[in-house]
Structures are given as C-alpha cells and as structure tokens.
Design a protein around this ligand. Sequence first.
Ligand code: NAD
Length: 375
Amino acid sequence: MTGTSTGTSSVTGTVTGVFGRHTGHEHVVFCQDEPSGLRAIIAIYSTALGPALGGTRFFPYATEDDAVADVLDLSRSMAYKNALAGLDHGGGKAVIIGDPAHDKSEALLRAYGRFVASLGGRYITACDVGTYVEDMDVVSRECRWVTGRSAAAGGAGDSSILTSFGVFHGMRACAERLWGEPTLRGRRVGIAGVGKVGGKLAGLLLDDGAEVVVTDISGHAIDRLRAARPQVDVVDDATALAYDGIDVYAPCALGGALDDEMVDALAAGATCRAVCGGANNQLAHTGVEKLIEDRGILYAPDYVVNCGGVIQVADELHGFSFERAKAKVEQVFETTRRIFALAADEGVPPAAAADRLAERRMAEVSRLRGILLPS
Ligand code: NAD
C-alpha cells in the first residue's frame, strides 16, 4: 500500500489503520487537495482479473476511520462482483469525504480526477452514491480512466437502469427457487430506498405484476416515485416493511441493511421468504448470512444481483452498446440460480457459495499470468 503524491499536493494517509485491518488489499491511496477541500481514499483490492473498476462514493463520513472501513469493504466487494459478472476487471472503489450537496465543486472533482490519473489505469472510476454522470464528465477532463459519463460526453449515462434490471433478474431467480415460477406476479415486495436503483426496481416489479411497498428517509424520493407510480404503498421505515406482508425484501439504500435486528424483524413479520436488493454490502457483519438462512429466508448475494451498473460502465470502455450490456445483465438470472444450486449442493449459505465461485475465477485467471509470453 502506498500514499501517492501527484497533483496539486497530497499527503500519505493513516496507513497503519489500513495495514492493521489485514484486509488483503493491494493498494490504498489517500488524496488531499486542501484548496478545493478534496479528501479522498482510493482502494484497489485486486487486479487479478485486470484494471480495478468501481465507483466513487461522496459521503459525509463522521470520521476518517469510517471512510477507510467503507472504501475497504466496497472495493473488496467490487472484486467479487466483477469476477462473477464475468468482467476482465479487478475490484476497486473510492470515497470522497464530504457532503456532496455543499462540498462538491469543479475544482474538487478535477483534483480528484488528477489523482485517479496518477494511478495510470490501475483504477477506473464511475458513479456511486453521491456522484452523478455530470460529475464524471468533470472528472474526465483530467483523467481518461473514467466511466459513467453522460451520453453527451461519450459515456453510457445512468448506470442505475441496468443495475435495477439485474436486481430484478436476481429476484426472478429467487421466485423460481421458492415458488417454481420466475416471476414476481402476485408477490408483495418491500423496497427500502427508492433513489436511482430502488425507484427503477419498483417500476420493473409493478410491470411484472407485483405489489410494491416502499420506504425512504427522503420525502422527495417518495414523491418522485409516487408521481410516476401512484399505486405504491409507503411505510415509515424498513422495520415497518418487515411487518407489511412482504414476500421479498429489497434493500436499496446504503450498506449494513441486514443486521440482527432487521433479520429478527423479517422473521417476526413471518411472510418474507427472500432478500434481494441493489444496496452494496448488505450484510452488517459476518455470520448474518447464516442467521438469514436459519430463519428460512433465501438471500440473493448483493454483489451478484447488483452488477448491472458495473457491466454497463465496463462496456463503456469499449464503445457503449446498451443492447450488448443489457444481454450480459440478463445473465444475472442464471448466475443467481447457479449460486443457489451450489449453496444447496455444498450445504452453505448462498453468500458463501458466491464467494467460492468468485475466488475460483480470480485464482484461475490470475494463474494464467504465469504463462510466459514473448515480449
Ligand atoms: P441513491 O442515492 O440514488 O438512492 C439511495 C436512496 O436511499 C435515497 O433515496 C436515500 O434517501 C435512501 N436512503 C438512505 N438511507 C435510507 C434509510 N436508512 N432508509 C430508507 N432509505 C434510505 O443511490 P442509488 O444509486 O440508488 O444506490 C442505492 C444502493 O445501490 C447503494 O448501496 C449503491 O452502492 C448500490 N448500487 C448502486 C448502483 C448504481 O448503478 N447506481 C450499482 C450497484 C450498487
């Protein structure tokens, strides 16, 4: 791991806090540009499959330690996600510490772009929570290793369209496993967080004949969805969803949605049979996947079903074709099925089965690099 010192000015971050976690990351970079207020951390978990690809989260972390923990978790998940999505990309992620509503500026985004550029293509960025296509357009003025740009700037546009599409296909695989038919018709789905991904997922589910009940801490997000889809029901919070007769719970806000309390609520609600949502890092701690299984609830691993966005941005690197990317995202149905089958065969929760498949692919492909090629 290194600190980097490219761009206007930079400092090496609290690397002891990173090393002490023993997470197995290849490379973690702390980036600072005091005049613009930029404080960013870029984490590359693995480049075994190729250049690390993953978005930039802009979030008002309470402490630097929280930001480090988040970027390490998110970048590791990206490596697993990219592996199971069949991409030739390793996993990376970046966080910018700050409130995107107040702290985002052209100077900050361009400073960030210079730090991404300083990695020479080892890390390719994209949008995440708190960053949007127009932000990536600004970053791309300083850096060519940027995806998720607007169509006007030559990019693929909003990745949440294909992310929600992939989650929907993962949910179809859950429905098939539980009820024999790959459809949500007649089922009640509870969505927590109806921003870019959750809002579009609600539309796909309604079109498939499901009932949808939602919650969001933002009244604006609820109003926007209800303006387009007045038939959705609304409850106060995720716990209320659990007691609202749902068949499937879809966490589509931030990470850690599946903690012990939420799993207990889903079990006490007594109707929920599956969890399948777009949020990254849903499991609040190791062991929750077993708790979910013990409660008789089928868990579709988050990084397996929410890979639509990264498939889209990876496609952008080769001249974007929406149809080509969409066809690849449809494979989420088969991948999710395969994971459920492997989990049943090996007697492990689906989250463990997914990890095994991803690790197998990373090991197999990186082993091939041992075959010497003529220079
Ligand atoms: P977003 O910011 O557009 O939407 C998130 C929504 O969640 C917002 O409306 C917010 O108000 C709401 N929210 C936050 N905390 C909440 C809480 N405690 N309870 C209920 N609602 C809450 O973000 P997004 O792009 O829709 O991403 C949502 C999740 O999906 C994130 O975890 C993100 O990392 C993940 N994800 C997104 C993409 C993508 O293409 N956008 C791809 C893969 C994964």
